[in-house]
Design a protein. Structure first.
Lengths: 80, 225
């Protein structure tokens, strides 16, 4: 069972990399751009058939290692 | 005084700390991260470097190593723990200290001498310095931009838990004298009981006249007091 995890900085946390990317895109002429936030993406493949069990396990992975919840939010979605 | 310096793959300031400690007659042991037993120590140092290549987030992987379980237990029992640079990042990732160290606001790795001002000397780490004393220390980091929520920030400010702040040579603390964007110019913080200190500047690099000033030496002397 495969899951996709997206980790992004919380709304109030300054994202200097996102800012630079956003500024560069604007310089390239994309004037209607309002904001870019940069994040991380994990593809997690689990040997588990029970989808709710698997989902909980991925959530535990996020909370214990993949995400620093003081500064980051995460979203989990099942891909396969 | 007995000390232990924890060593991870990618640590690179471990020997510098050991030299500073041994100069002051600490009986020091180097402890590999895979160990499950920590020798009885008055001081545990989590040194600077790039543990596990800074993968995932600086300090995140090291925070899950075997020996860190023992360091956490020792910290909760009241042992003195000093985390420098990557060590500070590791102490935050393992939960001994609160907050986060973000990428420097200027997006550049900064390696230079900076100035810090002693905000508080009523603790085990800075008692050999005077209050408001200005030190010149070295910083070398990419993620030193301390951030925390408002509640924790107030807790730090109100309880004397910010012993050092970035400043200039004259001691001015403001945005211009903030090298990495740290909230309130914070260069280091304590836990509630002040037995655990995390700091971005490197006192061990300023502990011998042959290669630097000696502004970092009183920190190690303080610990013996």
């Amino acid at each position: 069972m495969k899951f996709a995890v997206t980790v992004t900085l919380k709304k109030d946390v300054l994202d200097p990399q996102g800012k630079v990317v956003s500024q560069t895109l604007k310089n390239m002429g994309m004037n209607n751009l309002s904001q870019v936030r940069q994040g991380k993406f994990f593809e997690i493949d689990l040997k588990e058939k029970d989808s709710s069990k698997a989902h909980n396990q991925v959530k535990e992975m996020c909370e214990k290692l993949l995400v620093n919840q003081i500064i980051e939010d995460f979203k989990i979605s099942k891909t396969e | 005084m007995k000390s232990s310096v924890i060593v991870f793959p990618g640590s690179n300031c471990d020997r510098d700390v050991a030299v500073a400690l041994e100069k002051l007659q600490f009986k020091n042991s180097m402890i590999w991260h895979k160990e499950n037993v920590l020798p009885k120590s008055d001081l545990i140092v989590v040194p600077g470097g790039f543990s596990y290549g800074d993968y995932l987030r600086s300090g995140a992987i090291a925070a899950k190593s075997n020996i860190l379980n023992e360091v956490i237990k020792a910290g909760e029992r009241g042992s003195l723990i000093l985390g420098i640079c990557n060590g500070f990042q590791i102490l935050i990732e393992c939960g001994l200290l609160k907050g986060a160290l973000l990428r420097n606001s200027g997006l550049k790795f900064i390696s230079k001498n900076i100035f810090i001002k002693i905000q508080s000397n009523k603790n085990k780490f800075f008692n050999k310095y005077k209050k408001n004393e200005i030190l010149e220390l070295n910083i070398a980091h990419n993620e030193g931009n301390f951030f925390t929520d408002k509640k924790h920030l107030n807790e730090l400010e109100d309880n004397d838990l910010i012993p050092i702040k970035y400043c200039d040579k004259e001691g001015n603390i403001n945005q211009k004298t903030n090298p990495n964007g740290s909230i309130n110019n914070i260069a280091g913080i304590f836990n509630k009981n002040k037995n655990i200190l995390g700091m971005m500047p490197h006192p061990e690099r300023m502990a011998d006249k042959t290669c630097s000033n000696e502004d970092g030496l009183p920190l190690f002397l303080s610990l013996m007091n």
